[in-house]
Design a protein around this ligand. Structure first.
Ligand code: ADP
Ligand code: MG
Length: 725
């Protein structure tokens, strides 16, 4: 007996080859097959009389085969099958290329449906390569005479094959139990799951196809929302340390700052202080453009927690960023006598650590000296770890080293994660568990403050961040110089090079961003339409710039295939001004601060999302000098250039992210994967209405406890899937 859980290898129509192809799409069972949806339909539902066909029309006809033959053309290259089809109104010719086997199915005298384009061949109308199907009174048609599902034809699975496979299995949908609670379906006018599956594959009409799409899209969003709200509910039941708002401390700190906080910074800080004063863990995201001043807000939170006698941890994705934060925190908090320490894979800073080594260690033969150094390092490390456990360290700043097993805090009350989208779902989960700790017999979780510069459109925020509270910093600090941004067509490239030459001679530095690492790299299909000009690669550009254009300057190259250590050292050299020009893929750090970098040159700018371009641009303009961003494009397409112009006029990254989402879909938004968003096959992140509905529904289910075992199971599956990605 077949059922939705039957493995597809049990099906006669699935031989070894197709089994392999279906498995490539992660389809294992009949139920899985049901969830492989078509992306559109051909409307072959109206059968036209042959005499009324017109050139260029996409038509379906029904008639008898009065003649059929198959043979090679005189060039002997092409096989042609040619048939004459007759209905009550007339006769038409149909031809197929290189399908000699058709003659086995399409026999003279049989009634067939043909659907395809009507073309002019020689003197007469003709159907070229039409979809065909023999018709018998007992059998419903699958490929013609209806709305016909078209699937994405990847991995060698044709729509015809999938239709042939799926259609006869559809009665099994009767065994699908709907996981959506009845009241939810009623409230939000959603059709039954089994019906939705039937109608999405073989819809009765476009209306029912849309109803099916709505239901299936709703399901995707609903599970995301439900999962988010569940997480939030769980977190709300946890205990956290109360850190009362210390007005005097914060006021005097803010007064001594060398600048005035922006309103958005104030508001964000205020929201954080209110969270910290609650007995449950904060879970807040601080979202603000590059350079909007998130660090100082985090430092204020850190100050509040540390001055109240608790420990603070700040984790950054790279050593450079961690070090940068360490310097900033040390500077801002230097009058507070708080102990601030840096701990990364390669260094420890901030504490005068006792060392038992003789001062002559450096004069030993090299090998011994190295060993001595290593010993000293590990000694420092173990001392530091002990001091963390003892509570002598107030603020610990570092990389993933902070989630190591041996790093144990005495009373960690606040954890801060910078550029949090750079950490995977699993890593963030590990951090939250890692810092779990026990105090006075009570388990408490630290408050969690995450920071990101990735601008997120509102619909997306509602979807992804259901379990987070968000503070937005939209304003830039006053007095920032606007970065001069220009779109550079090929004719002005030389002029731009001359300009860059002048800048470097004035000891300024330049970033060059390219879409690819090397020429062999294939562009993803998602990159959009094939563009006329060639796509620039880092290695090619590096060659060209260092040999031909700027042989007199020091040029370095950076990309994702380098080891983390290599990347760090290249970035470090650039930051220290030892390199003039850095040619890179999009991997360069978002948060990196290089005040003397004044030029950002982006090759193949049309290949990037708008928000991404904006983020690249955010890496310059950090110092006091005027900065410039050049968007190079070889594309002459007007639309491309109009799109790029948005970068010139946009107020902030949020506006650009909204535009990206509208124009190119969510694929271009950076960091989506890391947010644990599953692939959405049906739902659109532009559909604000459906997103809001799904959120309401999830709230209802939780509030009214509408859970059933099926829904629980479905949710578990969902969680498993996002953690695997
Ligand atoms: P990001 O949000 O990208 O992490 P940072 O926190 O690194 O930005 O801040 C960028 C720069 O702006 C830093 O040098 C910081 O000292 C400075 N800054 C922060 N807030 C203000 C402000 N209100 N006025 C002027 N400068 C500020
Ligand atoms: Mg930052």
């Amino acid at each position: 007996m077949l059922s939705p859980s039957t493995k597809i290898d049990q099906l006669k129509k699935v031989g070894p080859t197709y089994l392999k192809r279906l498995r490539q799409l992660k389809i294992e069972t009949i139920g899985g097959l049901f969830l492989h949806f078509p992306h559109r339909y051909d409307d072959f539902s109206q059968i036209s009389p042959i005499s009324q066909l017109k050139k260029g029309q996409l038509a379906t006809i029904q008639g008898r085969i009065s003649k059929i033959k198959s043979g090679r053309t005189w060039q002997r290259r092409l096989n042609i099958t040619e048939a004459m089809i007759k209905d009550e109104s007339g006769t038409i010719r149909a031809i197929w290329f290189n399908q000699p086997y058709l003659i086995q199915t399409l026999k003279q005298g049989k009634t067939v449906n043909l659907a395809g384009k009507v073309v002019f061949a020689g003197q007469t109308l003709c159907l070229s390569n039409p979809v065909y199907e023999t018709v018998t009174p007992q059998k419903e048609t699958v490929h013609t005479g209806r709305l016909v599902p078209i699937y994405h034809e990847t991995v060698g699975l044709s729509s015809r094959y999938l239709r042939y496979l799926i259609k006869p299995l559809l009665p099994l949908t009767g065994q699908i139990n709907d996981f959506l609670p009845e009241p939810i379906k009623k409230e939000f006018k959603l059709i039954d799951l089994a019906e939705a599956v039937r109608q999405i594959h073989f819809p009765d009409n476009f209306r029912s196809a849309e109803a099916a799409r709505q239901r299936l899209a709703f399901d995707e969003l609903f599970l995301i929302q439900l999962n988010n709200l569940r997480q939030r509910e769980k977190l709300n039941q946890e205990k956290a340390t109360i850190i009362p708002f210390n007005q005097k401390l914060i006021k005097s700190f803010v007064q001594k700052l060398p600048f005035k906080l922006t309103d958005d910074q104030r508001k964000a800080a205020w929201q954080i202080f209110q969270d910290l004063a609650k007995p449950k863990p904060m879970n807040r995201l601080l979202n603000g453009d590059v350079g909007s001043g998130k660090t100082i807000v985090a430092a204020m939170a850190g100050l509040a927690a540390a001055k109240d006698g608790y420990q603070v941890a700040l984790m950054a994705p790279t050593e450079i960023l961690a070090k940068q934060h360490f310097q900033t925190f040390s500077e801002f908090l230097k009058k507070t006598n708080l102990k601030i320490v840096l701990l990364t894979g390669s260094e420890v800073q901030g504490l005068p650590l006792r060392t038992t080594l003789s001062p002559k260690a450096n004069t030993y033969p090299t090998r011994l000296a190295l060993r001595a150094k290593k010993e000293e390092r590990s000694l420092n490390r173990s001392q530091l770890k002990k001091q963390i456990t003892d509570g002598q360290i107030d603020i610990l700043i570092g990389t993933q080293t902070l989630i190591q097993k041996e790093v144990n805090f005495k009373n960690l009350a606040l954890a801060i994660v910078d550029e949090q989208h750079r950490f995977g779902v699993a890593q963030r989960a590990a951090l939250q568990q890692k810092i779990y700790q026990v105090k006075d017999g009570l388990a408490t979780l630290p408050h969690l403050l995450s920071m990101t510069a990735t601008p997120i459109p509102r619909t997306l925020a509602l979807t992804i961040y259901g379990d987070l509270d968000i503070s937005l910093i939209k304003q830039m600090p006053k007095g920032r110089r606007k970065i001069i941004t220009k779109i550079i067509p090929p004719t002005e490239r030389q002029k731009a090079y001359q300009f860059i030459k002048k800048q470097v001679k004035q000891k300024k530095q330049v970033f060059v961003i390219c879409p690819l690492i090397d020429q062999s790299e294939k562009l993803s299909a998602r990159g959009g339409p094939a563009l006329g000009g060639e796509v620039k690669s880092v290695s090619q550009e590096y060659e060209k710039l260092s040999k031909k254009v700027f042989p007199q300057f020091k040029i370095a190259m950076l990309h994702g295939k380098l080891k983390p250590k290599e990347k760090e050292s290249i970035m470090k050299k650039f930051r220290e001004g030892k390199t003039d020009i850095l040619v890179s893929t999009s991997v360069i750090e978002v948060g990196i601060d290089v005040p003397t970098a004044t030029v950002m040159m982006i090759e193949g700018a049309d290949r990037f999302g708008l928000a991404q371009l904006h983020q690249f641009r955010g890496r310059i303009g950090r110092g006091k000098d005027q900065s410039y961003c050049f968007l190079f494009t070889d594309s002459a397409a007007k639309r491309t250039n109009q799109r790029l112009k948005a970068v010139l006029t946009a107020k902030d990254g949020f506006a650009l992210a909204e535009k990206d989402l509208k124009i190119r879909g969510p694929g271009d938004l950076t960091g989506l994967r890391q947010w644990g968003l599953p692939d959405l096959t049906m739902a659109s992140l532009n559909d604000l209405e459906l997103i809001q509905k799904s959120r309401q529904a999830a709230t209802l289910v939780l509030g009214k406890k509408l859970f059933n075992p099926l829904l629980e199971k479905k949710l578990k599956q969902f969680q498993k899937n996002i953690h695997l990605e």
